[in-house]
Structure formats: C-alpha cells, structure tokens
Design a binder for this molecule. Structure first.
Ligand SMILES: [Zn+2]
Length: 112
C-alpha cells in the first residue's frame, strides 16, 4: 500500500532590515527543516528566543496551502525582541516524500 506523503523542506535564514540587530544573529545564519528534524550547520548558532517565534510556523510551511492563505504569502518572521531588527526568512527548498508508517504507529485515517 502506498503510504507516501509529501512535505516541503525548508530553509530558515537570518536577514537584516533597516533596524540594527541587537541579538547575536548574523545575516546568513540558517537552519534547515527536513521532516521533523531541524538541521543546524556546525558553523553558526541560532537564538533560542528567535527559534521559539519561528517554530509554530514550520509545520504549516512544510505542507501545501491554499493560495489565498496568509501563511502562504508571509515568509518573514520578526525577532521577538522588539528592539531587534533581525528577520527570519522561511523558504521552501524542495519537496520530499515520507512514509506514514515511518512517522507514526497510528493507522491512516480514511475519513473526516
Ligand atoms: Zn533579535
């Protein structure tokens, strides 16, 4: 039985704005999202406060969205520090197939 489903892989990258950054962010620092995993390059760090603001959006950005959904158009997330000018850009990089059985022991739901 085909139990495959498709998610987008994501890249979350620090981008600047016209306001200075007051946290330790560096423009270009990033992490990747593949399935349930966050993948951090060994060469950069990432603020846990910024991460807390970004995390709730990632599962939605991984999935197909209605073209009118604001979650589709909005991809810049502000740093939760109101004095910090950093923004975090979420980009869909490619799609990847996953197996339902490899993600959960729950059966595939057949109806609503
Ligand atoms: Zn910041």
């Amino acid at each position: 039985m085909d139990d495959k489903f498709t998610l987008y892989n994501l890249k979350v990258e620090v981008v600047g704005s016209d306001k200075p950054m007051v946290c330790s962010h560096k423009e270009g620092d990033y992490f990747l999202v593949v399935g349930e995993n966050l993948i951090f390059p060994e060469t950069n760090s990432f603020s846990m406060y910024a991460l807390s603001a970004i995390l709730p959006l990632l599962p939605a950005k991984q999935r197909p969205l209605h073209r009118n959904d604001w979650m589709m158009s909005d991809s810049l997330i502000a740093c939760p520090d109101p004095n910090c000018g950093a923004k975090f850009k979420i980009t869909r990089t490619q799609t990847q197939d996953f197996s339902h059985a490899e993600c959960t022991i729950e059966p595939i739901h057949k109806g609503e």
